[in-house]
Design a protein around this ligand. Structure first.
Ligand code: HAS
Ligand code: HEM
Ligand code: CU
Length: 574
């Protein structure tokens, strides 16, 4: 038996499809195991920002006190497991499955499995020093803080594995193009390939930082490292990595959510335009994380600021587009009025609800990002609690809650197991949403009052400073958010793990991929397509353009750093 694909490409045979589903399931399960541990640590940090120090209590509990021996070991585990491991594993599975499934052909499954095991090996290597408190360098790795070499090598292997997934997806896409000359790339594959190409250009900064600077130094082959150059290479990758987290959620908002709502996607050409813009403009903006760093010319900081405003444009296009799709679906279900239609969205479905709530959280999340990016506002918010406030409603909700919602159909689709307790699933996503909103309010507010991020502010050794700030209410909101999010996490993981452990009851295809029809399609033949569709088809050319633009705005910044390389010895400050 073989299955047709919406792209009309060669179909996948049954064995290949089964293997592809299995490897995707492995990626998704490892991702959620990482998120589970990461999320269990989060409330401790929220309580810290609520004035409650549980770390002193934990220090007395055997086993736990080994992996949470300091606030910073906990914070490193939280940041690495949630923002790096969960995202990368989920995305690698999701964006391997979608294009391979849609484009068909004969993908090399041995290679796909090799990549998965390689990424897992990298994760295990990095986990050892983390758990032994020998790499408490936070998820941003800022040298001259120095962890064990094994941590950096493991992280490098993980990133390298993600680049192999990129390679496989691009190879399958190019193979499809050769087999289907003159055809328009189908939309889900278009979005996936665009995201992978963006990630390739984005990853180069981190690859150079870790391979050329950090690993040789952590192995003792070099006596020092340049912190400024390392940070600059880190943020070359560190900003666009947030779009590597976001765009896989956008794929679902554009292509699948409308069908889950009973409606249609608005426009394939507009969707392609948004993704093409992300390919070009995601990377050359990293200096907006370094406004406070010395020895970087202000002109370049200003140029990166304007480019950052430009990369917000495709998100604004997305807001319009996915918002219109939601409204269209609600009106088709009988909704009316300026805002009255909102009540007619598919609020009974946990998967769809999770994603709408994720989208709503991204409205203030994106607005806060524009504030952070403004050179005039940045000094007020930089390094304060405002920043974790910003990214828990972007990566912590827009991305994470979307992935949680996707899992509610993807796991049944991959495994043939029916979702256990759908009502509890629905409750968990509402709790997550409100928990994150509470935390966002609490943390943004504390940030404006001047409370720093990355600090054990609840420690009894330093209460006077923060008591004088008149921040009792935001502290309370933050502490409460930790409790609500703990409940949300427990409910979600109960549903997910119970589903995974239940017996297989049906063919996974009984839960199909919810492809949406489009009101305005891109067509199938390039020769008859609009100029916009033809102009956005060559993703490799767009990737090259992105690389050129990135080099243009980075080489003049990095050049002087290299010619004036500073040898700073490594430090272990924990
Ligand atoms: Fe950010 C710091 C600027 C987006 C994540 N960001 C961070 C950090 C993280 C992060 C993790 O310029 C901390 C790094 C660290 O540890 O130091 N960010 C931006 C800007 C955007 C942005 C301009 N960030 C994200 C996304 C993230 C993320 C996405 C993760 C997924 N960010 C910054 C800056 C800093 C920063 C500075 C450094 C701060 C500092 O000082 O250290 C933009 O891309 C945002 C554009 C988004 C929009 C919103 C569009 C809205 C949509 C939803 C529509 C909803 C609808 C629903 C239609 C313009 C698409 C309607 C439904 C109904 C029912 C009504
Ligand atoms: C940091 C709470 C889930 C990613 C923090 C901080 C708090 C917090 C209060 C700030 C700590 C500090 O600056 O000292 C929580 C809670 C969660 C949760 C209560 C839910 C149970 C998530 C998720 C993600 C995430 C789902 C991403 C997928 C991060 C990152 C940091 C962080 C990257 C920064 C670490 C650093 O500064 O090195 N979290 N979080 N968190 N969180 Fe979460
Ligand atoms: Cu950024």
């Amino acid at each position: 038996m073989s299955l047709t694909t919406p792209a009309g490409g060669t179909t996948l045979d049954t064995a290949t499809l089964a293997s592809l589903k299995k490897v995707t399931q492995y990626y998704v399960v490892v991702a959620f195991l990482a998120l589970f541990i990461g999320v269990m640590i989060g409330p401790l940090q929220a309580l810290n920002y609520g004035g409650v120090d549980l770390y002193t209590t934990i220090a007395k509990i055997p086993v736990l006190n080994a992996i949470l021996s300091t606030y910073y070991q906990g914070l490193t585990l939280h940041g690495v497991l949630n923002a790096l491991v969960f995202t990368q594993f989920f995305i690698s599975g999701w964006m391997l499955y979608l294009p391979l499934r849609e484009l068909g052909g004969k993908p090399n499954m041995k290679f796909a499995w090799f990549t998965f095991w390689m990424m897992t090996a990298g994760l295990l290597m990095a986990a050892v020093p983390l758990l032994f408190n020998r790499a408490t360098v936070l998820y941003t790795l800022y040298p001259p803080m120095q962890g064990d070499a094994l941590f950096y090598i493991g992280a490098a292997i993980m990133v390298a594995a993600s680049l192999l997934v990129f390679g496989q997806v691009v190879a399958v896409w190019l193979g499809w193009k050769r087999a289907n000359p003159g055809r328009v790339t189908p939309i889900v594959s278009y979005m996936s390939v665009a995201t992978w190409i963006m990630w390739f250009v984005a990853s180069l900064g981190l690859v150079v930082e870790v391979v050329a600077l950090v690993i040789p130094w952590s192995l003792g082959w070099r006596s020092g490292i340049d912190p400024l150059l390392s940070r600059t290479l880190f943020w070359w990758t560190g900003h666009p990595i947030v779009y590597f987290w976001l765009l896989p959620a956008y794929i679902s908002w554009y292509a699948f959510l409308p069908r889950q709502m009973g409606g249609r996607m608005v426009s394939e050409p507009l969707t392609r335009l948004a993704f093409a813009m992300f390919v070009i403009f995601s990377v050359p903006v990293g200096l907006h994380h370094q406004y406070a760093d010395p020895n970087i010319n202000n002109t370049w900081k200003t140029i990166h600021m304007f480019l950052t405003f430009l990369v917000a444009v495709p998100s604004l296009l997305t807001a319009f587009s996915v918002g219109a799709a939601l409204e269209d679906s609600a009106r088709m279900r009988g909704g009316s009025g300026l805002f009255g239609w909102i009540r007619r969205l598919n609020w009974g479905n946990a998967s769809a609800t999770a994603q709408v709530l994720a989208m709503i959280s991204f409205i203030p999340g994106g607005a806060g990002g524009i504030v952070n990016a403004s050179l005039a506002f940045a000094p007020v918010v930089h390094n304060t609690a405002w920043i974790p406030g910003h990214f828990h409603i972007t990566v912590g909700t827009a991305t994470t809650l979307s992935f949680m919602g996707i899992a509610f159909w993807l796991v049944p689709h991959l495994t043939g197991k029916r979702l256990v307790a759908p009502k509890l699933a629905l409750t968990s996503v509402w709790l997550w949403f409100w928990g994150m909103i509470l935390m966002a309010v609490g943390m943004h507010w504390q940030g404006l009052a001047g409370v720093p991020r990355r600090a054990l502010v609840s420690a009894t050794t330093q209460p006077q400073v923060y008591d004088a700030m008149n921040i009792a209410l935001p502290k309370f909101l933050t502490a409460a958010s930790g409790i609500v999010l703990l409940a949300a996490g427990l409910a979600f993981f109960y549903v997910l793990f119970r589903t995974l452990l239940s017996p297989r009851t049906e063919d996974g295809e009984a839960t199909p991929i919810p492809y949406s029809d489009a009101i305005s399609t891109a067509g199938t033949e390039l020769s008859r397509a609009s100029g916009l569709v033809r102009g956005t088809e060559s993703l490799l050319a767009l990737g090259l353009l992105s690389l050129i633009l990135t080099l243009l705005v980075y080489l003049p910044v990095i050049g002087p750093m290299i010619s004036n390389y500073q040898m700073v010895p490594g430090q272990r400050i924990w």
